[in-house]
Design a protein around this ligand. Structure first.
Ligand code: 5AD
Ligand code: SF4
Length: 431
């Protein structure tokens, strides 16, 4: 009988893909099957995130609960970014953990499972040319890594310490994976990397010069691919060539993530982001002008230690001018091993007030944006069955759209007229 694997994934899309690679490797080498029941599992894995303090705390409460509920003889492994940065401290705080496997060491999973107290957290380990086995959590869309690591030095960010230097994956490997996924029915390809539009700066071995715009074009040439998405691009590398390919290629979905972090040029400099408020506004407004249907999302950190009221007002000003369709906003959270780790924090009440002001104003903007979608017709690619006979999918510009329907809709793209628009989902009917 095959062994059972329970895996919990925290954090970003990169971690979701790493989990898919872990599952693929364990199926291939050790005949594991997935289970949703911890008490049924022979192997319990948690794939962790360390970008903010909260998910790190969550790790220890989660593994504690795994230990309580696991069956006798079952192993517990901690993988991912927190495994990279805490290393063997995890064994000290949770001695019942069997192995620790850092992000960027995923290919060692079988050895980790079979070696007592295995630990590997090398952030320079190079998996850029490793051919992982095949496992995808959705038949309709396929996440594909195009690079590993991050070369930026944003002062608040722990990722360079957990995922190491940036290395691009050779385009031949990426194209082969895309072809395979598309032939298996994934009409949407989702490209992943920390700074995707910096693709091609460094490969492990010699490789023909290719930038992200060229890669997008090559992928769009594959017939079975209908939609291409990617995350995250960096505002600094949004040159005209990139914007033109993004806007004019008919297979590239018109949604752009532009992580602002702060609207103040002074804070951006302190964060070492490499661009100014003016550059960000220029790129975002140019994009809106070139492509009126684009949805722009962003990440914003409030209360970075050097942020004054005036700096925060600059962030609010960018929000007013760009009118993002979606924001992910966070209070600054000091992270170990980062240059901003020991700076004096802004009073938490002030930080909370800024976060609320930002989120409340964004909710008002979003209400206006979604209301305008009522009566619009979108091409929706359906991917998910929901409760009570509903099916959900994404418009080309990335609105979540839901209709009444059944599983025949899954994997198809249909025209939908929006009847009722809510902040998180647009309700419509097939036309
Ligand atoms: N504190 C708060 N938010 C952070 N992020 C990254 N590091 C921190 C930190 N130390 C946010 C950024 C990033 C997103 C993934 O998480 O906005 O874009
Ligand atoms: Fe992803 Fe960053 Fe969290 Fe690692 S720390 S899982 S790269 S968000």
């Amino acid at each position: 009988m095959s062994k059972r694997l329970f895996i919990q994934t925290l954090g970003c899309a990169m971690n979701v893909r790493d989990s898919e690679h872990i599952i693929a490797e364990l199926k291939k080498t050790d005949d594991y099957e997935l289970t949703d029941e911890i008490s049924d599992a022979d192997l319990i894995l948690i794939n962790t995130c360390s970008v903010r303090e909260k998910p790190v705390h969550k790790l220890f409460s989660e593994v504690g609960s795994f230990f309580k509920h696991k069956k006798s003889g079952a192993k517990i492994g901690v993988c991912g970014c927190t495994a990279s940065h805490l290393g063997d401290e995890i064994f000290k705080r949770a001695p019942y953990v069997d192995f620790v496997l850092g992000a960027r060491n995923v290919s060692k999973i079988t050895t980790a499972v079979n070696t007592p107290k295995f630990i590997s957290t090398d952030i320079n380990f190079d998996e850029s040319e490793y051919a992982f086995g095949e496992f995808r959590s959705s038949p309709y869309k396929s996440h594909i890594n195009i690079m590993i690591g991050c070369d930026k030095k944003c002062t608040y960010c722990i990722v360079p310490q957990t995922r190491g230097d940036e290395i691009s994956i050779p385009s031949e490997l990426i194209l082969k994976e895309v072809e395979k996924a598309a032939k298996n029915g994934a009409k949407e390809i989702f490209l992943l990397g920390q700074n995707v539009n910096n693709y091609g700066k460094r490969f492990s071995n010699s490789h023909e010069k290719m930038d992200f715009s060229d890669l997008l074009v090559k992928i769009s040439d594959i017939k079975e691919v209908e939609r291409i998405r990617f995350t995250s691009p960096h505002p600094l590398h949004m040159d005209d060539k990139f914007l033109e390919v993004f806007v004019n290629n008919p297979k590239i979905c018109k949604s752009m993530h532009m992580p602002l972090q702060s609207g103040s040029t002074k804070v951006l400099r302190d964060m070492k982001r490499g661009y100014t408020k003016e550059w960000f506004l220029d790129r975002a407004l140019k994009l809106r002008q070139m492509c009126p249907q684009v949805n722009i999302s962003t990440d914003i950190i409030v209360a970075y230690p050097s942020e004054s009221e005036e700096d925060f007002a600059d962030t609010m000003d960018v929000l007013e001018k760009v009118r993002f369709e979606q924001i992910f906003s966070f209070k600054f959270s000091p992270r170990p091993l980062t240059p901003a780790a020991n700076l004096t924090l802004i009073d938490d009440e002030v930080a909370s007030a800024r976060l609320s002001a930002l989120q409340n104003r964004h909710s008002e903007i979003l209400d206006e944006i979604v209301l305008k979608q009522e009566g619009e017709i979108f091409d929706v690619y359906f991917e998910e069955l929901r409760a009570n006979g509903a099916v959900a999918g994404r418009s080309f510009s990335n609105f979540l759209v839901q209709v009444n329907g059944s599983e025949e809709l899954l994997g198809t793209t249909r025209k939908v007229k929006i009847n009722e628009a809510k902040r998180m989902v647009l309700y419509g009917q097939l036309v």
